[in-house]
Design a protein around this ligand. Structure first.
Ligand code: B3K
Ligand code: ZN
Length: 853
């Protein structure tokens, strides 16, 4: 397949200032007539080339005249034009119900809807489908009135009418220039939760969240989140919404989370629908975060968009940073930061250290769909966060104001963003920009030394940016490091300071320390690095109990746990004492937020422990982790029981405090189960039956699903029967079994893939079973390779149906270099089998071939 390179960027040959689209909608057959006003861009003689994928032109007209001298070249429609300004009309026919790729116009649960980012618009009509072609859209839709009573598109609804024969039509105009990837329409039998928002300048915006009638009550939380987001963007970024209408539609079949189409966001229903009986606290948080994310795109993405897809992090990194900041403001900022870093370490660090590593602004791709990655999104957000840290909140705001003002209505680059930040702040970001170009997670070594005579502490910071595919040698990065030194006698620090390291190494001295101070470093995870220090176990224990930065405190405990686990794995001898003591102190610290305690006493995941090892040994990791869990469970059993009792018995409420109580109680349940399987199982089963909310019910089910308890089968069965008609909850049933720690999980998952409720046609369901299994280190990496073989079978089966979703699975196998020789061979064999499949999509081809390289 063809490789697209960033350095080959050329401005468009033709612009399309206006487009009119006419849809004659039907699930089996939809006719699309497009009318493009095109104008030559610059003094060239090149033909008009309109991208097309799976399209056949039924008619082509230039300035009103049917022509025949067009040609199709690799799907594109090529037309030679003599003048500089023309009107081009094309007609095509689509079959939405046969579109299983879920890109372009497709059918989902009785709806017709679109997904265009990144390159789906070319599956709807012939068009220069690239983000730097900005057009004014007017859309007309005609459809059957009873099957599709609601007709939505971008912008404002300007006219409606009856089309006769049981059909009706609607016209929508979007006054804002937009790239084709932001186009959307939806037709269906939908009902709205309607509300309104008054903007800071006093304009009224009509809000609608459109779902199936029965689901309307589940949209209240999303609506509240939308209004809070709109206000927050005004308060924190000075950004006001610009249209009179903002609509959101929930669809069941969706390739990812949601889509920020102008004025008409389309969401995966799992990020809209929430009520106590069906959504966990994590689901509620995700609804809030994704609603905010898509709304924030209205400025960071839509009003100012990307020049080309290499600039994707321009909108995604910035918008993730914005949604993370928003979520931090809605609840516990400390817990939010812990979760964001956990997500970064869980998916981005492995990507950055593997065969698919790429900078946040990549240099080339085969299929852009493969670049909606944790690197572009989550590492991209960390890069924006570092700019925020380097500039400070006020100058950062001046920078974002300048960026929006300078580039409103434009398609721009990451350079333009950094230039605005630099110009507004006067801070030189030229070295910092290496973050956009260099892949790989920097390693930061921090060594603290002390001289009793001079009472000086010396801190030596050294960075190392590892080689990544295509980038053998790296330059040092700019690392903003928040740090503090604690006096171990008084527990006081002289306050936090920001050290900016932008060379390979530096040494800093600090006066006035009679005793060796305790180093607290990379506080709040100020730089996205892997940290290595010479801190002792006593230092870490001190910080785990005393650090005034909650993130650093959490980190110290995690590091203690990791040290203990890694030592146990490598020496075979486990010394759990320090962790037992640290966890005990955390549990008894009355000043701490229960939500924070809930995070701090959870052991690092199997995968994260594996990341600390030269060769990942899934079995040894699982054994060591279970042993430490058991030790913590036994040592603090009375405390776990006390916590369990103290945090129960209240009826459901969605508030930070109630969420924190549920979290700590369910963590306690897990430990009680570890200490006393019988009593734990009874407790879990009782909780499972009595719960008035999904968080508690699912936590109990998960605890049972991991166990050998007899009640396990009963619980899974009850859950299935209760929720079999709710697809989103049934997904949880699949996932709970796919992530189980039990030894028979591979067989269970293989069997579940044959369950009548498993399907390749719904991405949520596929991810719930197969995707989740790919993250289960213990079972996916079962030594006999059955997990790999099953996984490869599933990718091969899904690829022709939904290439984008299939390609997303590949990284689980792509990490083969991290494992022992036997597993490496089995994983490679699975990848090679995928690669040898005839007719493989370029999506999967790119991921697999790069993984084997
Ligand atoms: N911009 C979309 C993602 C589109 C993914 C295309 N493969 C959602 C988001 O990031 O907000
Ligand atoms: Zn986004």
């Amino acid at each position: 397949p063809h490789i697209i390179r960033r350095e080959d960027y050329r401005p468009p040959d033709w612009m399309v200032p206006e487009i009119g689209l006419d849809f004659d909608l039907g699930p089996a057959k939809t006719r699309v007539t497009a009318r493009l006003t095109v104008s030559r861009n610059g003094g060239h003689g090149r033909p008009l080339v309109l991208e097309g994928e799976t399209l056949t032109p039924l008619a082509v007209r230039v300035d009103g005249q049917a022509i025949n001298d067009w040609r199709i070249d690799d799907g594109r429609l090529v037309i030679d034009l003599s003048g500089d300004d023309h009107v081009i009309e094309t007609e095509v026919e689509l079959s939405p119900e046969r579109n299983t790729q879920l890109m372009g116009l497709y059918a989902s649960g009785g709806l017709l809807c679109t997904q265009c980012e990144a390159e789906g618009f070319r599956r709807i009509t012939f068009f220069p489908d690239r983000p730097d072609v900005l057009s004014r859209y007017s859309v007309r839709m005609t459809a059957d009135k009873s099957a599709y009573p609601v007709l939505l598109a971008n912008g404002d609804n300007v006219a409606n009418g009856d089309a006769g024969e049981g059909r009706h039509w609607a016209e929508w105009n979007d006054p804002f220039l937009k790239p084709s990837y932001l186009f959307a329409l939806v037709a269906g039998d939908l009902k709205a939760n309607r509300d309104s928002f008054t903007t800071m300048s006093g304009r009224t915006v009509e809000l609608g969240i459109w779902v199936r009638e029965a689901d309307v009550p589940k949209t209240a939380y999303a609506m509240a989140a939308l209004k809070t987001s709109m206000k927050w963007d005004e308060d924190v970024y000075g950004r006001e919404y610009d249209l009179g209408v903002f609509n959101i539609v929930a669809v069941d079949d969706f390739n990812f989370g949601a889509m920020e189409n102008k004025g008409l966001n389309v969401f995966n229903s799992r990020y809209i629908l929430a009520d106590a009986d069906t959504a966990t606290d994590v689901d509620y948080d995700n609804v809030q975060g994704v609603v905010a994310h898509e709304y924030f795109h209205n400025w960071s993405g839509n009003r100012v968009t990307c020049r080309d897809w290499f600039q994707l992090s321009l909108k995604e990194g910035f918008t993730v940073f914005r949604d993370q900041s928003f979520s931090a403001d809605q609840g516990s900022a400390a817990v939010q930061r812990i979760e964001d870093v956990r997500a970064l370490r869980g998916s981005q660090f492995p990507e950055d250290g593997g065969p698919l590593a790429h900078p946040i602004r990549p240099d080339s791709y085969m299929e852009i769909g493969n670049f909606y990655t944790a690197t572009i999104y989550n590492k991209g957000a960390e890069i924006i966060r570092m700019i925020h840290t380097l500039l400070g909140a006020e100058k950062f705001r001046a920078g974002s104001d300048l960026y929006f003002e300078r580039h409103d209505g434009q398609a721009v680059t990451c350079d333009d963003f950094v230039a605005a930040m630099q110009d507004a702040s006067g801070v030189d970001l030229s070295v910092f920009k290496r973050w956009y170009a260099q892949a790989g997670t920097p390693k930061l070594m921090a060594a603290i030394a002390h001289d009793a005579d001079t009472k000086q502490a010396t801190l030596t910071l050294t960075q190392l940016v590892p080689p990544t595919p295509g980038q053998p040698v790296k330059q040092p990065m700019t690392l903003p490091i928040r740090m503090a030194l604690f006096d171990r006698a008084t527990g006081e620090s002289g306050g936090e300071q920001l050290v900016v390291l932008d060379t390979d190494t530096t040494t800093l001295t600090f006066d006035g320390f009679a005793q060796p101070p305790v180093l607290s470093i990379n506080r709040d995870f100020s730089a996205p690095v892997v940290l290595e220090t010479n801190r002792t176990e006593a230092d870490l224990a001190f910080l785990a109990a005393e650090d005034d930065d909650p993130f650093a405190r959490y980190e110290a405990m995690q590091q203690l746990m990791l040290n203990t686990l890694v030592a146990a794995i490598s020496t075979g001898v486990a010394d759990h004492a320090a962790v037992i003591k640290g966890v005990g102190e955390t549990l008894s610290d009355g000043a701490l937020d229960p939500a924070f305690i809930g995070e701090a006493v959870v052991l690092p995941s199997d995968a994260f422990i594996g990341d600390q090892m030269l060769v990942v040994d899934p079995d040894a990791i699982a054994t060591a982790r279970e042993a430490l869990r058991l030790a913590l469970a036994n040592a603090h059993l009375a405390k776990w029981q006390e916590i369990y009792a103290a945090n129960g018995g209240r009826s459901f409420e969605y508030s930070p405090a109630a969420k924190g109580a549920r979290r700590i109680r369910n963590v306690a349940l897990g430990y009680i189960m570890a200490a006393d399987a019988d009593a734990g199982a009874k407790l879990a089963f009782t909780q499972f039956g009595a719960a008035d909310n999904m968080t508690d019910r699912l936590a109990a089910l998960g605890t049972l699903a991991n166990s050998q308890a007899e009640l396990r089968v009963a619980a899974l069965d009850i859950f299935y029967r209760r929720y079999r008609d709710n697809a989103l909850v049934l997904d949880k049933w699949f996932t709970t079994q796919a992530v189980s720690t039990r030894a028979d999980t591979v067989e269970a998952v293989i069997e579940l893939a044959g369950h009548p409720d498993f399907t390749l046609s719904n991405p949520n369901r596929f991810r719930a079973l197969v995707g989740a299994f790919g993250m289960n280190q213990r079972s996916f990496h079962a030594a006999d390779g059955r997990g790999y073989a099953f996984f490869a079978d599933q990718i091969i089966a899904l690829d022709p149906v939904n290439a984008q979703t299939a390609a997303k699975m590949v990284p689980s196998l792509g990490r083969w270099r991290r494992f022992d020789a036997e597993r490496q061979a089995l994983m490679r064999a699975a990848l090679e089998r995928i690669l040898a499949t005839p007719g493989l999509s370029k999506d999967v081809f790119e991921q697999v071939s790069k993984s084997l390289a």
